[in-house]
Design a protein around this ligand. Structure first.
Ligand SMILES: NC(=O)c1ccc[n+]([C@@H]2O[C@H](COP(=O)([O-])OP(=O)(O)OC[C@H]3O[C@@H](n4cnc5c(N)ncnc54)[C@H](O)[C@@H]3O)[C@@H](O)[C@H]2O)c1
Length: 262
């Protein structure tokens, strides 16, 4: 790919198309803006079309290229149809960021496993694990045929370490997604596809329209002295999506301001 000498891109994503799921707000919106800022054309997915449109406007206002594609990641048929249509009309997907997850307050009520039932188990697994598998399934054959692909999944520190009471379902599903990425990486490395995970720590709730009541107190407990912003995840995604990261695959990166180190 030709480098644009006038660009200020750290990572050259010019000519690449990136699908980011759940990018209508929060972490996903920040990732979409960062990847677009590095030259990628971004496909902004969300289950809520108005939210997806909002991020598209943000990207375009900043001079980037973006398209909104609404679907529910838990619906394999809908994911496959949307990706097929987009790829036929616009461009193949080179980069997939699996960002959807149900961690937020309201969607996620910390509950001890003993107080949950199979409907809860299914809900967390469908969104955080099946959602990832559905999106990978929709893009991976095309990536393999083109012998290039970048897959990044946004998980959580709780998918790797024990982090407290009430998150067992979320952590189990995120742990599954992390393990899925590791093995996907090994199976597809020889086709030029990398697969990595970001195990994310606390991101500013305001980015997700949630009340940021204990932000200062929580920040004080972090070695770097601040909680994260969506663009922190965007920067690591941009690197993992780049040509420069072609030797990095099957890894889990802890991105958490130093709250957990390994
Ligand atoms: N925010 C945090 O502090 C934090 C910490 C660790 C990990 N994470 C992970 O980061 C990711 C993003 O978190 P966030 O807090 O920005 O989320 P969020 O709730 O702010 O945004 C998620 C977006 O995904 C959309 N969405 C929900 N279900 C969907 C579905 N089935 N299909 C398509 N879109 C759907 C929602 O409409 C929403 O716009 C998640 O995977 C989460 O588990 C977040």
């Amino acid at each position: 790919m030709e480098r644009n000498s006038r660009s200020t891109h750290v990572f050259e994503l010019n000519g690449r198309t990136a699908l980011i799921t759940g990018a209508g707000q929060g972490v996903g919106a920040g990732i979409a803006c960062t990847l677009a800022g590095q030259g990628a054309q971004v496909v902004v997915n969300d289950i809520d079309p108005a939210r997806a449109d909002g991020t598209v406007r943000r990207v375009r206002d900043a001079g980037g290229q973006a398209h909104a594609v609404a679907f529910d990641v838990t619906d394999l048929g809908a994911v496959a149809d949307a990706v097929r249509t987009f790829e036929r009309r616009i461009a193949p997907v080179d980069i997939l960021v699996n960002n959807v997850g149900n961690a937020g307050a309201g969607a996620f009520r910390p509950t001890s496993f003993r107080d949950t039932d199979p409907a809860d188990w299914r809900r967390f697994t469908e969104v955080n694990l099946f959602g990832v598998m559905n999106c990978v399934k929709a893009v991976i054959d095309g990536m393999a045929a083109r012998r290039h692909g970048r897959i990044v999944t946004i998980a959580s520190g709780s998918g790797v370490i024990g982090q407290g009471i009430g998150v067992s379902l979320y952590a189990a599903a995120k742990g599954g997604a992390i393990s899925f990425m590791r093995h996907l990486a090994i199976e597809n490395a020889s086709d030029g596809i990398t697969a990595n995970t970001i195990a994310l720590g606390l991101i500013d709730p305001a980015a997700s329209g949630r009340e940021a009541t204990r932000t200062r107190e929580l920040a004080a407990h972090l070695p770097v002295g601040r909680i994260g912003v969506p663009e922190d995840a965007g920067a690591l995604c941009a690197y993992l999506a780049s040509q420069e990261a072609s030797w990095i695959t099957g890894q889990t990166f802890h991105l958490n301001g130093g709250s957990y180190t390994s």
